[in-house]
Design a protein. Structure first.
Length: 335
C-alpha cells in the first residue's frame, strides 16, 4: 500500500459480513485528523496507558528515522473502527525488533479488519528480525497472536489507583527535597544522565543508542508529561537521586505513572515513595480520578510500595514475540 492509498477491507460473508460495498471499511494511512477518534478507541482497547490526540500526533513525528513508525486506520464512512501502528524498537535494547499494535472496535471484529491492518503492519516491517506484540486482558487479542505463532517472553502487572483514596501521608526525608519537573528547566542533561544511571534507557546495540536530543524530544516534549505533577528528588548537594513522572489526560481525568525510579545505590530508603506520593497528592488535588501503571512482576519492592499507596493489581499484560519470517496459521474468516 503506497502512502495515501485506501484499500477496501473484504470481509468474510460466512462470518456475517455480507454488507453492501458502500458500508465496507476502508483502510488507509493514519492522518493528523484521525487522532481524536484513534485516541477514543485506544482509551477503550488499551486501558493500561494514556493517550490523547495530541500525544498520538507527537508520537508520529518525535521518534528518530530508525524507528520507521507508521500507523493505519480502518474507517466505515467517517467512523474510525480500527487502528494499527508499527515501528522498530529504537530506545535502547536490541536492534531489528519490530513492534506491532492492532486494535478493532469490539462490535466490528471477525470481519477481516484486524487481519488487513495486521498485514499492512507486517509488510511495513519488512527487514525486521523479530515481531513483538503486547496483549492486555483481552482473550480475543490473545487468540489473535497465538494463531500467528507468537510465544510469550515478558509481562507486566497492571495496576490502578484512585488518587483520592490514597491514605498515606508524606514523610520527611532528611537531606532531600522535592522539585517540580518544571523547575529543572536548565538541567536536561543531568536528567538524561539520571535516566541512563537509573535504568530508564536500556543498554542496547550501537545503532540503538539514544542521544540526549532523541531523549528530550521523545520524553520531555511529550504533550502528556505534566511538569507540575511530575516530581524530582534532589539530595543535599542538589543532585537528582529519584523521580516520578506522570502523564496526564486532564479531559478524561486519567493519568499514567510513566516511570518512577531511584539511583541504584540509594534504593530502599523511601525516595521513590516520597516522589510518587507527592505526585499522587497533586493528582487528587487536580481532579484526576484514575492513575494506571505497569510493573515488572519481579519488581517486588515497587509492587509492594504500590499496594501500600492503594493501587489495585488488575491483570497481567503479556509480551509476545516470533521470528519475523514466521508464517501465520489463521483460518479463513478469523481476525
Amino acid at each position: 500500500m503506497r502512502p495515501g492509498d485506501a484499500v477496501e477491507v473484504r470481509g468474510n460473508e460466512r462470518a456475517g459480513d455480507a454488507r453492501p460495498d458502500a458500508l465496507r471499511p476502508l483502510m488507509r494511512r493514519f492522518e493528523s485528523d484521525d487522532a481524536e477518534q484513534a485516541a477514543r478507541l485506544l482509551d477503550v482497547l488499551s486501558p493500561a496507558s494514556v493517550q490523547t490526540a495530541e500525544s498520538l500526533r507527537h508520537r508520529q513525528v518525535s521518534e528518530p528515522e530508525r524507528a520507521r513508525r507508521r500507523s493505519w486506520v480502518a474507517l466505515e464512512g467517517v467512523e474510525l473502527v480500527g487502528f494499527a501502528t508499527a515501528y522498530l524498537h529504537w530506545f535502547g535494547g536490541e536492534a531489528g525488533k519490530g513492534r506491532i499494535w492492532v486494535g478493532v472496535r469490539e462490535d466490528r471484529r471477525r470481519r477481516g479488519i484486524g487481519t488487513a491492518l495486521w498485514d499492512a503492519a507486517v509488510a511495513h516491517l519488512r527487514g525486521a528480525r523479530k515481531h513483538t506484540v503486547e496483549v492486555d486482558d483481552d482473550p480475543a487479542g490473545l487468540s489473535f497472536v497465538e494463531r500467528r505463532a507468537f510465544t510469550q517472553y515478558d509481562s507486566e502487572v497492571i495496576s490502578r489507583l484512585d488518587p483520592r483514596e490514597c491514605e498515606l501521608g508524606p514523610e520527611a526525608h532528611e537531606g532531600s527535597r522535592l522539585l517540580r519537573l518544571r523547575e529543572m528547566g536548565g538541567r536536561h542533561r543531568e536528567l538524561f544522565e539520571f535516566y541512563a544511571s537509573a535504568g530508564g534507557i536500556p543498554p542496547g546495540d550501537p545503532e540503538n543508542r539514544v542521544t540526549p536530543e532523541e531523549w528530550r524530544r521523545f520524553v520531555l516534549a511529550n504533550p502528556l508529561l505534566d511538569d507540575e505533577a511530575s516530581v524530582v528528588v534532589v539530595d543535599a548537594e542538589d543532585q537528582v537521586v529519584s523521580l516520578s513522572r506522570l502523564l496526564v489526560d486532564h479531559v478524561r481525568a486519567r493519568a499514567e505513572n510513566e516511570w518512577t525510579a531511584t539511583l541504584p545505590h540509594l534504593r530502599g530508603r523511601g525516595l521513590a515513595r516520597l516522589a510518587k506520593l507527592d505526585s499522587i497528592s497533586w493528582a487528587a488535588e487536580h481532579g484526576i480520578i484514575e492513575i494506571v501503571t505497569g510493573n515488572d512482576p519481579d519488581n517486588l519492592p515497587m509492587r509492594g510500595l504500590n499496594r501500600r499507596l492503594g493501587y489495585r493489581e488488575l491483570y497481567i499484560r503479556r509480551d509476545f514475540e516470533r521470528p519475523a519470517e514466521t508464517r501465520s496459521q489463521v483460518p479463513d474468516g478469523q481476525g
